[in-house]
Design a protein around this ligand. Structure first.
Ligand SMILES: [Fe+2]
Length: 286
């Protein structure tokens, strides 16, 4: 780079789904919703995964679970076995997780909504979250889950996943603020205003992957309302696998709409598996 000053906030990568890995400047690593490979059930056969194994994660000190559907916990057990991270999730999930997983009880870190938690390298604010609509009653959901996971205790976690969802905003030791939002807005636009505003938002798209109408328009409208510097979309791996052009156009269209609205916020696509750094920089305008 020419003239200017750059201060690194952290390294991070999007792996797949809502699985992000952050590495803070003190070396501590946080992994969200571990899902980087297929499983034997065949339910993820439509996804092209990045080439990542549990060994590639290096170190994982914390895991955060937004909710407990299979595409958020598929690789949790092997991550726990290898790295023994502190597993941060809503207290409503903890008992079933311990029944389903081989977990060290003191590694589980139950959190509740609208809380503030202090970890090594970051502070985490937790917020109530809701899942995108799943028009299923419990018995059908459990039945479907049992079909996917016969005799698997994760079936219970599967149908619970539509209920206990948690978003977070973390602040690094150096003061960079990152929001992580899955599912619906559920009040996040209001929560993230004024002194609560993050620098960057990592957000699931506005509806399920099956919904492909007005995706960029609705997503950009949300982004314009929350009005932050940067947005990283996540959990659109189905489109990246089956319709990459659609995914690419979503980003382009969102940035065009933000420009038309006179907003400085921009959408930053990330290539799954590739490491990036988030910096704060001062550069000359010429
Ligand atoms: Fe889900």
């Amino acid at each position: 780079m020419a003239d200017g000053t750059v201060s690194k906030a952290f390294s991070f990568r999007w792996i797949n789904g809502q699985c992000f890995q952050f590495r803070f400047n003190n070396g501590i690593s946080l992994l969200t919703d571990p899902w980087y490979s297929n499983d034997d059930s065949g339910m993820f056969n439509h996804i092209k995964f990045p080439d990542i194994t549990v060994d590639d994660l290096g170190n994982v000190d914390y895991v955060f679970l937004n909710h407990t559907h299979p595409d958020h916990i598929n690789n949790l057990q092997e991550v726990m076995d290898k790295y023994h991270p502190t597993v941060i999730t809503h207290s409503g999930n903890v008992l079933e997780l311990m029944k389903a997983m081989n977990a060290v009880t003191t590694d589980m870190y139950p959190v509740d909504y609208e809380g503030l938690y202090y970890f090594d390298g970051f502070v985490m604010e937790t917020h109530h979250a809701t899942h995108h609509s799943m028009p299923k009653r419990l018995p059908q959901t459990l039945q479907a889950a049992l079909k996917e996971y016969p005799d698997d205790k994760r079936a219970t976690l599967d149908w619970m996943g539509g209920t206990f969802n948690t978003n977070f905003v973390l602040t690094t030791d150096n003061g960079m603020r990152v929001a992580f939002i899955g599912g619906n807005d559920d009040g996040m636009i209001q929560r993230l205003q004024g002194p609560n505003k993050p620098n960057i938002i990592i957000r699931n798209k506005m509806a399920s992957s099956a919904v492909k109408d007005n995706v960029a328009e609705n997503f950009a409208e949300w982004f314009a309302q929350v009005d932050t510097q940067m947005l990283i979309p996540m959990h659109y791996e189905t489109w990246l696998s089956n319709d990459p052009e659609f995914a690419e156009n979503m980003i382009k269209d969102m940035n065009r709409i933000m420009e038309e609205k006179g907003k400085a916020g921009r959408v930053a696509p990330m290539i799954r598996g590739k490491w990036y750094t988030l910096n704060l920089s001062i550069v000359p305008e010429d």
